[in-house]
Design a protein around this ligand. Structure first.
Ligand SMILES: *Cc1c(COP(=O)(O)O)cnc(C)c1O
Length: 425
């Protein structure tokens, strides 16, 4: 049975991918992240069918949710990986994603990282600076291999998203201007061990309208045609990720995969090579919930605080981006509505999931589901305030599997030691 994403997401009705959340929370201590395998599969297939017939490869942005079980789900459906570190490379390979389906992005690649990625044979490097291009040439030459590379273009468009997740404006650290990339291609013949035959652009995240994509992609395609006219062979264009999702019903109106694909088909109608897609959030965000219990209700002078056992270390987005997440009390009885500031136990005012949020009255021990936490939730988690990393579970048609057990205190402290040996440097 395959559930539609709406069916999988009936957490307001206390089940998620067929699993009763109360029963689940009776077996596992809160807080924990739960992901619907069916919701993820549904997003993968929505994207695959939208791009059906087009020469393309989907490379999931691992940073969105890097649990090895989630990566394996991607691998099982032929989805590759977009990585930004050796840790993500390690996880992707461990999950069974073939190296030839992996693209390596990021402004800070070191010689060591480049060498390791070349050694396993990653598909291509999305190069973000001239210094990196030179380093790639050096390292590839040293290892006697040829690196495949794409120039990451900063198309200088405003993605209309939160400033902390905008990446395609000239003031952002990502990519290079078309003028600079033009010089790279003009000199590419001198690179004995780099085949510069791709373009890449990723303009930001949680983008909720087609216009910024259209503007950026048209600039990239115009540049590609110019390069082609100048005799350069471009075999792949990587259009990045950034498709937004619905965090707030009736407020966020995401672009449908089919509309996005229609735009891409139109813009790249004359392109013969492979289109690379790097969706992160789109594939996993709405497939996750963070389950938490109320520790206590604390009355304040002019508001009531709902203190829950999840905190900013489990889900950073509200603190970091002022992100809105749906918070649903999973009450089995009906209760009057009230307003709360929903906060975690961490010693930071920023440890706030919602302010003045209207919801059914709560009491200690009540179970709550925080929605839309499948992306940039667990992958951004920390042990701040010495809170062990929360467990993660995968739900699939009424069953569940623990895909990360909650960290023990010993695991949380692993690697720390008293200064028994003093060295000189
Ligand atoms: C973060 C990132 C993505 C994924 O972004 P989403 O908004 O999660 O789709 C894709 N490509 C690159 C280069 C990224 O840095």
């Amino acid at each position: 049975m395959t559930l539609s994403i709406e069916q999988a997401m009936t957490h307001t009705m206390h089940t998620f991918d067929g699993v009763d959340l109360h029963a689940l929370a009776a077996q596992l201590p809160t807080p924990f992240h739960a992901y619907s395998a069916n919701a993820i599969r549904q997003r993968i297939s929505a994207m695959q069918s939208a791009f059906h017939g087009l020469d393309h490869r989907i490379c999931y942005a691992v940073k969105a949710n890097s649990n090895v079980a989630i990566l394996q789900l991607m691998a099982n459906h032929g989805v590759g990986a977009d990585i930004v570190s050796l840790g993500e490379l390690h996880r992707s390979l461990a999950a069974g994603i073939p190296a030839e389906h992996i693209v390596f992005s990021g402004v800070g690649k070191t010689a060591e990282e480049i060498a390791a990625a070349l050694a396993v044979g990653v598909w291509r490097f999305n190069v973000e600076s001239l210094d990196e291009l030179r380093l790639l040439q050096q390292v590839a030459q040293l290892h006697g291999v040829c690196a495949r590379a794409a120039a990451r273009i900063n198309p200088d468009v405003d993605a209309g998203t939160h400033e902390k997740i905008s990446t395609g404006k000239s003031e952002n650290k990502f990519g290079v201007s078309i003028d600079e990339a033009r010089r790279w291609f003009a000199n590419a013949g001198k690179l004995s061990n780099v085949r510069l035959d791709g373009l890449h652009a990723h303009i930001g995240s949680q983008i909720l309208s087609l216009e910024p994509f259209a503007e950026a992609l048209r600039r990239v395609e115009a540049f590609r045609q110019e390069l082609e006219a100048d005799g350069h062979v471009i075999t792949s264009v990587d259009i990045g990720g950034g498709l937004g999702v619905c965090y707030r019903q009736g407020h966020d109106h995401p672009v449908a995969a089919a509309d996005y694909a229609a735009l891409v088909r139109e813009v790249f109608a004359r392109f013969q090579g492979t289109l690379v897609l790097e969706p992160g959030r789109y594939l996993v965000a709405e497939a996750g919930v963070l389950l938490t219990r109320v520790i206590r209700v604390k009355p304040g002078v002019d508001r009531s605080f709902l203190v829950v056992d999840a905190a900013m270390n489990d889900l950073m987005r509200p603190s970091l981006y002022e992100a809105w997440h749906e918070i649903v009390p999973l009450h089995r009885d009906s209760r009057e509505m009230t307003r709360y500031d929903v906060v975690g136990p961490v010693c930071e005012t920023g440890d706030t999931f919602a302010r003045d949020r209207e919801m059914a009255r709560c009491q200690a021990g009540d179970l709550l589901s925080i929605g839309g936490t499948g992306a940039y939730g667990a992958s951004m988690a920390s042990t701040y305030n010495s809170r062990p990393l929360a467990a993660e579970v995968l739900l699939d048609d009424g069953r569940y599997a623990v895909i990360r057990r909650r960290q023990t205190m010993a695991e949380m402290m692993a690697g720390e030691q008293l200064p028994k040996v003093w060295n000189e440097a």
